[in-house]
Design a protein around this ligand. Sequence first.
Ligand code: UDX
Length: 437
Amino acid sequence: MKRICVIGTGYVGLVSGAGLADFGNEVICSDIDAEKIQQLQQGVIPIYEPGLKELVDRNVKAKRLKFTADVPEAIRNSEVIFTAVGTPMGQDGEADLTAVEAVAKTVAQNLNSYKLICTKSTVPVGTGEKIKRIIATFKNNGNEFDVVSNPEFLREGSAVGDFLIPDRVVIGVDSPRAEKVMREVYRTLFINETPMVMTNIPTAELIKYASNAFLAVKISFINEMSNLADAACADVHVIAKAMGLDGRISSKFLHPGPGYGGSCFPKDTNALAKTANDLGIRMEVVNAAIRANTNQRESVLERIRDLMPELAGRRVAVLGLAFKPNTDDVRDTPAEEIVKGLRRMGADVVGYDPIAAENFKKYYDPELEIKESVWDAVEDADLTVILTEWNELRGLDLPLLKEKMRQPFVVDGRNILSVEELKALGFSYRNMGRSKI
Ligand code: UDX
């Protein structure tokens, strides 16, 4: 059991803090956002993440988890400091390290005993070294410290499960002492034989980017295949299934759609490309995946135009505004560009999302007309466009959809509707790589 402080209470910090407490550690989550901390102290979870409230409540009740806005105090009272602050995309695609560097300075100024500073935030290779230099420069006593890289692999919507039962834990260390401390922090996972990758700091930093970029490449690849499948009257699902049966390829992340979004893939692919460029290394594959992803938003609009060339004055219901289901996150959501594109073509757009509608309005489109239910959204619509595979939309009652709409036109950007049923009901439709089967 270790005394841990987690700095930053966003998706990553909050899930990690509560998860580390669940592993038996004594955790204090801190943030400079006093309002957020006050909410957390009152048991209010500021984000939508299934299972997180239960995890937080359980550990608060067991007195293993606390919240404070006093970051220096939290640091002084802890041996292990997890940094989980944001690293947003900077102007040239690089990760903006302002918050990470500020935390390193605060740690240095509060180094009242040996401490281990563990980076959870996604940071470019070389950041561990930078943090070491900052702490060494700003500390004003002889206390020792170690720096560790421990990247997160949490998927929004299933982050709690990903933290508690991970596929693997990656730990980058450069001292036996740091390794020993990290083994204690993750004792529970060592006991249940979770695969642990112990390596040096730069390797751990790169593993995170390599993993995310590779998944992004897979998605962009299958998205381009879906465009080709539509042009060639083939079925991309069968292609993906057959590819996935080859164990070397695996069937995961071969689902075509409007392109990846969210807080990680767009940002991390750009940051990796930027790092490589700065180091004089060519990363053609990653750069192509980024371009293909940008084009994929346009591919959805092309399908819309193909199905309904004249959109001016037509009512279009966009179902799903989040970048993926089970989250209220709209960062880099494909819906942003697609709703914009529909508007540009003169369509009268209404939106629906079970969780993310408010965020979409707040960050992108305050004017967007939002409906409270699918059925209100599709009422008298000339076209329905599906952009997120919420379960509620997977099970859409197609006969009722036809009845409600003014015209039975559907673009299924996630391939969740049955082509057979759409055909049988007389819908005109497009999807991603199965339109012509
Ligand atoms: C991702 C990584 O999975 C996680 O390990 C990392 O730490 C953070 O980034 P997340 O962004 O929450 O997690 O979502 P994920 O489920 O990976 O999906 C990312 C995007 O790819 C979504 O927009 C999703 O719709 C898209 N996607 C995913 C596809 O278009 N096709 C697929 O087959 C899989």
